[in-house]
Design a binder for this molecule. Structure first.
Ligand code: NAD
Length: 243
């Protein structure tokens, strides 16, 4: 496919999943080497598991935090941030919880599945940007209840405000670029349809076919950074955002 000219589009949406962060060294969830191949989500990533053994669930998420903290944004994250910088009406909607879009320089990212860097409590949210929650602080000192990672586990509802913002952006964009998502996790997988139903140009970037590939006008069966460099050659090697 030919390179895209940003000026040809009024409003752009990137809809991203674990495949984008795979290039930063963070395993995807499904497939060979994916998180769920080694860890059963019923034991580690649902409210019931948390209520059964909160320390086990916290240990799992602390390990993931360490891995994510050690990762640097990949080339794909940098291109997405560069597009947003060059074209203000660009919305980044992600299912990723790792914060790598923001670390690459993207702003106002819509986090459909929350963020592993936030901790949720009945009495107040708390942000911990770069390290694990000490075992002594897993229970809230104020209300005494177990804090939990502010992410969407299996069986949880998606955060309503994020869903609302995602729906608004998708319904009004004229270019949708979906990157590295398997399209099997609902309701997130359903959201891109809002853009395609309204006639937005839609591009899927994923080395593998997905159950929603048919929604897209163009499918690029390539890794994220490589495909984005093809689409946005003028932005494919922006300066690294992090010090
Ligand atoms: P996924 O693992 O289901 O799919 C990843 C996709 O990326 C695959 O389709 C794969 O082909 C593709 N891919 C692999 N390498 C790529 C590359 N280099 N470039 C482009 N694409 C590549 O991840 P998803 O679609 O983001 O699914 C969302 C999932 O997030 C949810 O199902 C849930 O399991 C997970 N999640 C988990 C937690 C938790 O740990 N508690 C929290 C939030 C979300």
């Amino acid at each position: 496919m030919q390179a895209l000219a940003l000026d040809d589009y009024r409003a752009i949406v990137f809809f991203t999943g674990a495949g984008l962060s795979a290039e930063a060294g963070i395993p995807t969830y499904r497939g060979a080497g994916g998180v769920w191949a080694s860890y059963d989500y019923e034991t580690y990533a649902c409210q019931e598991a948390f209520e059964t053994d909160p320390d086990r669930v916290w240990d799992f998420h602390d390990e993931r935090r360490k891995r994510m903290a050690a990762a640097a944004p990949g080339g794909g994250h940098l291109v997405v941030a560069a597009v947003q910088k060059a074209h203000a009406a660009t919305c980044v909607i992600t299912q990723n919880i790792d914060g790598l879009h923001q670390r690459a320089g993207a702003e106002d990212v819509v986090e459909l599945h929350g963020s592993i860097w936030r901790v949720r409590c009945r009495c107040a949210p708390r942000v911990r940007p770069d390290f694990s929650v000490p075992a002594s602080e897993r229970r809230c000192g104020t209300c005494g209840v177990w804090r939990r990672p502010d992410i969407t586990w299996f069986g949880d509802a998606l955060p309503a405000a994020a869903v609302q913002r995602a729906m608004e952006s998708l319904a009004t964009c004229d270019l949708l670029i979906s990157i590295g998502t398997s399209g099997v996790v609902y309701p997130a997988a359903e959201l891109p349809r809002l853009a395609t139903q309204r006639g937005a140009r839609a591009i899927e970037i994923n080395p593998q076919a997905t159950p929603v590939s048919h929604l897209y006008d163009t499918v690029l069966r390539a890794p994220a950074a490589e495909a984005l460099a093809r689409i946005f050659p003028q932005l494919s090697a922006p300066p690294v955002a992090e010090a």
